[in-house]
Design a protein around this ligand. Structure first.
Ligand SMILES: [Zn+2]
Length: 460
């Protein structure tokens, strides 16, 4: 069996791994690149023939793992896409949303070009029709059920505890000298993540491909993070401002709602006006509510977001509803995408709040280098948003304890569960972080580890 590292190699986004052997070709994830030059890379031809891929195993719905599926299908993929039921539900709305954004962007760029007399026509990377065409390829699977892909290859998903439906993957295959096993971590969740279960640990493998988003960092504890959030909200409202949460519509938005709900039930916050300014978040929240089988015990009781007392939740779906929020000067909690501020309605809210010292921006997720979110977190004084220069005067909070990713200690625990000393490939991290994590894995766990470069191949 041969493995090729085609994405998320010495970078955080674009997850894609290619397995060739035992008469089959399998992809694990088919993700989009985000951040600098993302669009350019996403438009490059695939480094394989999509028509020859038999299966795509999809670890979870986030676009950096799933976002190029419509392109894969339009370019000739005729195999099956295997993923969990909840991921299949979530990925459908995420891909439509992604197509919609790209269609709008292409339209805007074309218009701009015509206005300037260049008459260049921009095409979206894929359209809503391409998304529709890819949906029949999905097969919906359950956690922990081993299935055969024929020719001696079997696989199963276990719970990665990252977002609803997220999985780590175990794949058994015929290697040199008998059956071997490779495990893909997918994105590993944090212990104590709200709503969903803690990540499941796998105990044996010959090879492991592990993410390293936070391979060099420790998150603050959950209690400390919650205190920080309460403090941020109370201080902001006292000063007469609004609180902005740039958040992924899928996963993070539901986590924030869950915490706010919990804090109200505990009497630590009250009378909240929460605006969820994202049609995608509304749909995603409905999917969360429809899949209580994926929740942990605490969340089954607490995650009744629409009926919460002490908190008014406004889901805004139209542009007009969204614009009404602009008139609110204080006392609003606004949750909007995109999580890294690269697009989406959060930018409109920046225009109305970012320059006001009485407002706050709370980042709860990883900010990829080169994104607007990362610039703000790193302390930039002014940013260009929607064609306007805007001063960053709002208070910026980064609360790592709410991350959907395991930190260094939790990644080491996850890797430490393997009893038989697998070989470790480290992916899905900024280059310096992955390299630092490589050393730590070797020193702390005494495992052979390496950080593959993009396009590198290994015989398993
Ligand atoms: Zn993810």
């Amino acid at each position: 069996m041969k493995i090729r590292f085609l994405g998320a190699a010495r970078t955080v986004t674009g997850s894609c791994y290619h397995l060739i052997g035992n008469g089959l070709q399998i992809l694990v994830d088919c993700g989009m690149y985000q951040g600098k030059n993302g669009d350019e890379i996403n438009r490059m031809p695939f480094p394989f023939d999509p028509g020859k891929i038999d299966y795509l195993l999809l670890t979870h719905a986030h676009l950096d793992h799933s976002g190029l599926i419509p392109k894969l299908v339009t370019e000739g993929f005729q195999g099956r896409i295997l993923t969990t039921t909840a991921t299949a539900d979530l990925v459908e709305i995420m891909l439509y949303d992604s197509a919609h954004i790209q269609e709008k962007d292409a339209e805007w760029l074309t218009k701009k070009s015509f206005r300037s007399g260049k008459d260049e026509i921009f095409e979206p990377l894929y359209t809503s029709e391409d998304v529709t065409a890819s949906l029949p390829s999905f097969d919906r699977k359950s956690y922990r059920v081993i299935e055969s892909l024929g020719d001696g290859i079997r696989y199963r998903f276990v719970d990665a505890g990252h977002i609803l439906g997220s999985g780590s993957l175990e794949i058994w295959f015929q290697g040199v000298g008998g059956e071997k096993k490779i495990v893909f971590s997918g994105d590993v969740g944090k212990n104590e993540n709200p709503i969903i279960n803690d990540p499941e640990h796998v105990i044996d493998a010959d090879y492991v491909v592990v993410e390293s988003t936070y391979g060099n960092r420790l998150h603050k504890g959950m209690e400390e993070s919650i205190n920080e959030m309460v403090d941020a909200i109370k201080t902001t409202f006292k000063k007469g401002g609004n609180v902005l949460f740039p958040a992924f519509a899928v996963g993070r938005t539901q986590d924030i709602l869950y915490f706010l709900n919990k804090l109200i039930k505990e009497g630590r916050l009250r009378d909240l006006d929460v605006y969820i300014d994202s049609p995608l978040a509304d749909k995603a929240t409905q999917i969360y509510i429809a899949h209580p089988e994926f929740f942990d015990a605490e969340a089954v009781n607490l995650f009744k977001v629409k009926s919460s007392e002490g908190m008014k939740i406004h889901f805004t779906t139209t542009v007009e509803e969204s614009q009404k929020i602009n008139k609110i000067k204080s006392g609003a909690i606004i949750i909007a995408g995109s999580g890294m501020c690269e697009g989406g309605r959060i930018r409109h809210h920046f225009k109305h709040n970012l320059w006001r010292p009485e407002c706050s921006i709370i980042f709860t997720g990883f900010q990829v280098r080169g994104t607007l979110g990362r610039l703000i977190v790193d302390g930039i004084r002014s940013v260009r948003v929607l064609g306007e220069e805007i001063a960053v005067r709002a208070r910026v909070y980064t609360i790592g304890g709410f991350s959907a990713h395991a930190d260094q200690k939790e990644l080491l625990e996850w890797l430490g569960s393997f009893k038989n000393k697998p070989e470790v490939f480290i992916v899905h991290g900024e280059e310096s972080v992955s390299l630092e994590f490589e050393k730590i894995v070797e020193e702390n766990l005494n495992l052979k580890a390496l950080v593959p470069t993009k396009g590198e191949e290994f015989e398993l």
